[in-house]
Design a protein around this ligand. Structure first.
Ligand code: NAP
Length: 283
């Protein structure tokens, strides 16, 4: 840091686990950019004051994480149309005092698929989960695949989300997540995406899908990135299916914010290495 350092931050509660400070600071250092990325724990009741502080200090931009992704929207000057549809904001840019909100999760997911050479045209996708991340991912998927089935523990959320996606291009349906629905839907699908938190640290011994429902010709994308290889991904890899972990999505959603704040293309390989080192407890 030196004179004129621009500040980016992430606000959430808890915030200690966030990989974003390390990922972005490594990128700033690598490119020699005079920016710094700082984590701030912000309690729910303090969100309004935190945003006032961000404005007063002229912080250039910030990420938003649990529990503020929805509630932040009312404190911003503008929210882009994708974030409005998804119903949450994870990235904010401060343009001359105007706070503009975006959701980069869907784009991060699509870019991770592109990097893996996965084309969804004419393909059938099963998406497990109907929470915040699922909403971002499903608005993207509904525009590119031919059939999208959303399975969620709370059935009503899957049905509601499927209703919102109708008309975006593909056939969509929402159902409860049961052994029966999983077995039926996975029998003829091309891509399985897990957007539930099942299998996430510390519950690393859990998988949202039993091993015997997976097939070799399936692509399995688990957006959970901690651990790097979830139990679901290890089942899929053992069977010989193509696997995609959550790190690519995490890095790509971060890279989109990085470009918005700095105007510079993000060094994604550096960011990815930093995330992996962090997850493996290195450095
Ligand atoms: P969220 O809004 O809280 O949604 C959680 C989802 O998981 C809901 O659909 C919930 O079902 C389901 N779920 C939770 N426990 C379950 C269980 N025991 N059995 C079946 N379903 C269960 O969380 P989120 O923000 O969407 O995040 C979900 C996961 O995605 C987290 O692990 C997060 O770290 C990861 N993520 C990764 C990235 C990335 O860049 N790779 C980005 C965003 C999120 P109900 O609706 O029934 O409660």
């Amino acid at each position: 840091m030196w004179s004129g350092t621009k500040v980016i931050c992430v606000i959430g509660d808890p915030i200690d686990h966030s990989l974003s400070p390390r990922m972005h600071n490594a990128a700033f250092k690598y490119l020699g950019l005079n920016y710094v990325y700082v984590p701030f724990r912000v309690l729910k009741a303090d969100l309004k004051y935190a945003v006032k502080g961000i404005r007063a200090l002229n912080i250039r931009g910030f990420n938003v994480t649990i529990p503020h992704k929805v509630s932040i929207m009312k404190f911003l000057d503008e929210v882009d149309s994708t974030a409005l549809k998804i119903g949450s904001v994870n990235t904010v840019v401060n343009e001359d005092g105007k706070l503009l909100g975006y959701n980069t999760d869907g784009l991060g997911f699509s870019e991770a698929l592109r990097e893996e050479g996965i084309n969804l045209e004419g393909k059938k996708v099963v998406l497990i989960g109907a929470g915040g991340a699922s909403r971002a991912v499903s608005f993207y998927l509904a525009g590119v695949c031919s059939k999208l089935t959303i399975l969620n523990r709370t059935r009503s959320k899957a049905v509601k989300l499927a209703g919102e996606l109708t008309g975006l291009g593909c056939k969509v349906c929402g159902k409860g997540l049961t052994t029966k629905s999983l077995e039926k839907e996975l029998a003829d699908c091309d891509l399985l995406v897990n957007t539930t938190s099942v299998g996430m640290y510390p519950n690393v011994g859990e998988s949202p899908v039993p091993r015997n429902f997976l097939r070799k010709d399936l692509v399995v994308f688990d957006i959970v990135y901690n651990p790097l290889e979830t139990l679901l991904l290890s089942y899929a890899r053992e069977i010989g299916a193509k696997v995609v972990d959550g790190v690519g999505m995490l890095v790509n959603q971060g890279a989109i914010g990085f470009k918005m704040w700095t105007g510079v293309e993000a060094p994604k390989e550096i960011m990815k290495r930093e995330v992996i080192d962090s997850l493996l407890g290195r450095g």
